[in-house]
Design a protein around this ligand. Structure first.
Ligand SMILES: C[S@@+](CC[C@H](N)C(=O)[O-])C[C@H]1O[C@@H](n2cnc3c(N)ncnc32)[C@H](O)[C@@H]1O
Length: 238
């Protein structure tokens, strides 16, 4: 079972996102265990201080190292060592389907959510093993990024998705964008479902879907298509 601990100053922000849909079901089925931990529980002063002024001329607060180290050490002691201690960082490696797949194969992950100006650099240098960004923009805190990471990882845990929503047919999983999807009615406001999808000819449908995936990937992610073509050419030569 995959265990994920999330360390945050704002646990309230995570609540709902981890209770519903695929993540909620995976938790109910004990495929994944998610613990949300409040950083202030690891402070020792009356005001439960987790932040302090940044050194230097810039205004703003920074998360202190002591509660973060104490929390991670305590959680490792009671639950076992983490495979990765991930810091949500706008300048970290970009979350991709490949990274989500890699993380879904781990046993124990900790996600540290930054806040204010971020965390003391010593946390990043001496505690964190991986830094992950969900895109080149700035959020107010790491909680939404943590929720995005958890969702992308948990749906890849074996058993989390039913066959009908198999991850294998999602965009990026095979290095291509997914083909268009249609449902009933066959005709809506004069717009028809492509005839091929209604033909019942499964090999022809698979061929059409693959061609559509190639077309969409060429239009929307040309670099991804080049990588896909390089991979398929080299595997054909092997
Ligand atoms: C206001 S941001 C701090 C930004 C930081 N001063 C900087 O310029 O990189 C507060 C926290 O939100 C989280 N965060 C913001 N944007 C993010 C992103 N794109 N991906 C992941 N985490 C992000 C990080 O944990 C960060 O420490």
């Amino acid at each position: 079972m995959l265990q994920i601990d999330i360390l945050t100053v704002l646990p309230e922000l995570l609540g709902g996102t981890l209770e519903y849909s695929i993540v909620g079901r995976a938790r109910a089925q004990h495929l994944v265990e998610i613990g949300v931990h409040w950083l202030r529980d690891y402070t020792h002063d009356k005001r439960r201080t987790v932040d302090d002024y940044a050194y230097g001329p810039d205004a703003g607060m920074v998360l202190k190292p002591e509660p973060i180290f104490e929390a991670v050490e305590h959680l490792s002691e009671i639950g076992g060592a983490y495979d990765e201690i991930i810091y949500t960082a706008p300048d970290g490696e970009l979350l991709t389907q490949t990274l989500a797949t890699e993380l879904s194969l781990k046993k124990r992950l900790l996600i540290l959510c930054g806040h204010y100006k971020g965390v003391d650099q010593r946390v990043r240098d001496h505690l964190v093993t991986r830094e992950v960004s969900i895109g080149d923009y700035i959020l107010s805190g790491g909680e939404l990024a943590a929720a995005v990471i958890v969702d992308s990882v948990v749906r890849l845990v074996p058993g989390a998705l039913s066959d009908a929503t198999s991850a294998l047919s999602d965009s990026f999983q095979e290095g291509l964008i997914a083909p268009p999807a249609y449902t009933r009615p066959e005709s809506f406001r004069g717009w028809e479902v492509p005839e091929i999808l209604r033909s019942g000819n499964f090999p022809a449908i698979a061929k059409w879907q693959h061609e559509e995936s190639l077309r969409l990937t060429r239009e929307r992610r040309p670099a991804m298509l080049e990588a896909y073509e390089r991979r398929t050419t080299s595997s054909e030569q092997d």
